[in-house]
Design a binder for this molecule. Structure first.
Ligand code: DC
Length: 648
């Protein structure tokens, strides 16, 4: 499958509706592992189908666990009732932390020879505290590369029965989760003592709740001591439903709070075992309207106006707290997120990544060892190079919220497949983008005049996309770059320093409104417009014109390429003779000498070049209204466009 390099999100006017959440990643991977270890078959419903759960399923299959899909996100897993049948396996777990840590613990007590590895980033994520804990039980685990980090080799060992195991809890709660889930394999009572402050406590709640569903009751003494009783064995609960993902819910709840709402997420609610549902409380503290049922949560904008910044200890919602960082862009005042040190050892260093990208949008950000302080921008900046996502699904999803303030380009959007492959499709369904009227047509068809008048009537913005190609041709001419030097032209297009005013167009500060209309530049524009990398370089620049309350855009590929989701699409044309007449009159009116015959010839040539080029040729796109203005006045044409836009 080809993964796109970026996705461009248009500015969002409002958000509302409802979203059915995909299954929770945390629950899915725990349930998969426990179903595999349990005695009896388990039918798992609503399992998350994503990269991380696929890594877990692949690993379990390689370990000899029999499972098959029942369709509709349901799986039947035949429990092995003890340790894995395959005593030798080489497992690749990608960047799935939940799978890596818990499987390592279980394999260490399974009496086999195993190699466990992941992607390069996984090999930078610490695991030493888990290995140290397992070694206390007698496990034989070795580091293949750096001490304290994957990949690992695991060998059969004599496991010491019972007693006390000490596990550090202040780097990742997944170490404690791993040890707890593995201990029933020993069959004897073992006490686990947590060293240091336990972070991400809600994930331990999930672990204990899932173990209980599979028949193992862990006794506990606060967050300090956990006792796995003698004779603990996992037994299938028969059928188990996976809750919706509460961390994934956070993006939509924030969208509702920023974009008006009400926006409802279905699949989690007040009875959820996932701590991340408490993200809703943080949003409420920011002023959002929140309501909750057993299996749903709804968010809307504050009753009286805007969200406000908060100062919050985020230990209880480590993943969902990332969403607060981008929600803070839309709040009055400063937002401070504390106790988030664990962000540094996740898919990427999330504190650093967040700070960089928030600053790229114009926010002022202070970054501490375990905190982030965000002051929203007075006005948004849209980075032309896009928002980088660091192979981190949550960074990609968090920054989609920026579209509530400015059009944004998200690089490598495919990384959301880790937990939410359908994220951007759901996002589009619950957001209303700034509307566009796209008007395409040949040279001198009157597009410019019509589009500018329609924009003025509606009070919308206007994009003359031809001017952007003309500016590129002019800038190239001034830089001494030939109109067929594609790489140099693409660079010029990407770096074009233009400013569109009410009645002015400035190139590097100089007024060029007339210069770009010269016939010579028309020819240059048509040439440079035929080059794919020039068009690519100008794509996002054009999309940035789509700002509230709306945009009227004219050109050749507005409906087909630049704004394929435009609400109203129009193909405006007129006979070539009438167009030559109009151009002739325009020139004479400006006091420029002109002849009809060469104008006619030139238009014919340009029509041919614009419509026969291989990239984005001029064409009437599907769904576009054909409007032939040969016999129409300007007023009649404008009225027709407005009528179609009202019907859209
Ligand atoms: O609309 P115009 O005459 O100002 O356009 C100048 C050139 O730019 C024209 O030859 C076609 C090209 N163009 C394009 O290829 N795509 C657009 N969206 C707009 C213009």
């Amino acid at each position: 499958m080809n993964t796109p390099e970026f996705i461009d999100l248009p500015e969002v006017l409002s958000a509302g509706g409802s979203v059915r959440l995909p299954g929770s990643k945390s629950i899915s991977n725990r349930v998969l592992l426990l179903s595999a270890l349990a005695a009896g078959d388990t039918e798992v419903r609503d399992l998350l189908e994503s990269d991380d759960t696929e890594r877990m399923r692949e690993a379990l299959s390689a370990l000899g666990v029999d499972m098959h899909s029942l369709g509709n996100n349901a799986w039947l897993i035949k429990g092995v009732g003890g340790t894995f049948p395959n005593k030798q396996a080489d497992l690749f777990l990608g960047n799935a932390g939940t799978a890596f840590r818990s499987l390592t613990a279980v394999l260490a007590l399974s009496g086999g020879t195993y190699a466990v590895s992941g992607v390069p980033r996984m090999h930078e994520r610490p695991i030493g505290d888990l290995v140290d804990a397992l070694r206390q039980l007698g496990a034989d685990i070795g580091y293949v590369g750096s001490e304290g980090f994957p990949p690992l080799t695991i060998r059969p060992a004599t496991i010491r029965s019972g007693g006390v195991v000490r596990v550090r809890g202040d780097v990742s709660s997944q170490f404690l989760t791993g040890v707890l889930m593995a201990l029933p394999l020993t069959g004897v009572e073992t006490t686990v003592e947590v060293v240091g402050e336990l972070i991400s406590k809600p994930y331990i709640e999930i672990t204990l709740a899932m173990m209980a569903r599979f028949g193992v009751q862990v006794r506990r003494d606060g967050w300090q001591r956990f006792i796995v009783p003698a004779g603990s064995v996992y037994r299938s609960p028969g059928t188990i439903y996976v809750e919706g993902d509460a961390s994934s819910a956070s993006y939509f709840l924030a969208l509702g709070a920023i974009g008006g709402g009400p926006l409802r997420v279905e699949g989690v609610g007040e009875t959820s075992v996932q701590g991340d549902v408490r993200f809703a409380d943080a949003l409420a503290q920011m002023g959002a309207r929140i309501s909750m049922g057993p299996n749903w949560i709804e968010a809307g904008a504050p009753v009286n106006g805007r969200l406000r910044g908060i100062d919050l200890d985020c230990n209880h919602i480590p993943d969902a707290a990332m969403t607060l960082a981008t929600t803070a862009l839309f709040a009055d005042g400063v937002t401070t997120l504390r106790n988030i040190a664990s962000w540094r050892v996740k898919e990427t260093d999330r504190i650093a990544a967040m700070a960089t990208e928030l600053r790229n949008l114009g926010a002022k950000v202070d970054e501490g060892a375990d905190l982030l302080r965000i002051e929203p921008p007075a006005s948004f900046v849209a980075p032309h190079a896009g928002i980088d996502t660091y192979d981190d699904h949550r960074i990609a999803m968090c920054f989609s919220l920026a579209a509530c303030g400015v059009p944004v380009r998200i690089n490598d959007p495919g990384c959301v497949a880790k937990t939410f492959p359908e994220y951007f499709a759901r996002f589009a369904e619950v957001t209303r983008a700034v509307p566009v009227i796209a008007i395409d047509g040949p040279s001198a068809s009157g597009k410019g005049t019509i589009a500018a008048r329609v924009a003025a009537e509606l009070g919308w913005h206007y994009l003359d996309s031809g001017a952007i190609y003309r500016l590129t041709a002019l800038a190239a001419q001034r830089a001494g770059v030939a109109w067929d030097d594609e790489p140099a032209l693409a660079r010029i297009a990407a770096e074009l320093d233009v400013e569109f005013g009410e009645d002015s167009i400035r190139l590097s500060g100089e007024e060029v409104g007339d210069a770009i209309r010269l016939e010579e530049i028309s020819i240059g524009a048509s040439r440079v417009a035929a080059l794919p990398s020039v068009r690519q370089a100008l794509l996002f620049r054009q999309r940035l014109f789509r700002r509230a309350p709306g945009l009227v855009a004219d050109g050749r590929d507005m409906a087909s390429v630049v704004f394929p989701d435009a609400q109203t699409k129009i193909f405006l044309t007129a006979s070539v003779e009438v167009r030559a007449q109009r151009r002739y009159k325009q020139l004479i009116d400006k006091g420029i000498a002109a002849n009809i015959a060469p104008l006619l010839l030139d238009l014919r040539e340009r029509d041919l070049r614009d419509s026969q080029r291989s990239v984005a040729p001029l064409q009437q796109s599907e769904g576009a209204h054909l409007l032939d203005t040969t016999e129409l006045t300007i007023a009649q044409t404008v009225a027709q466009v407005l009528e179609w836009s009202r019907q859209a």
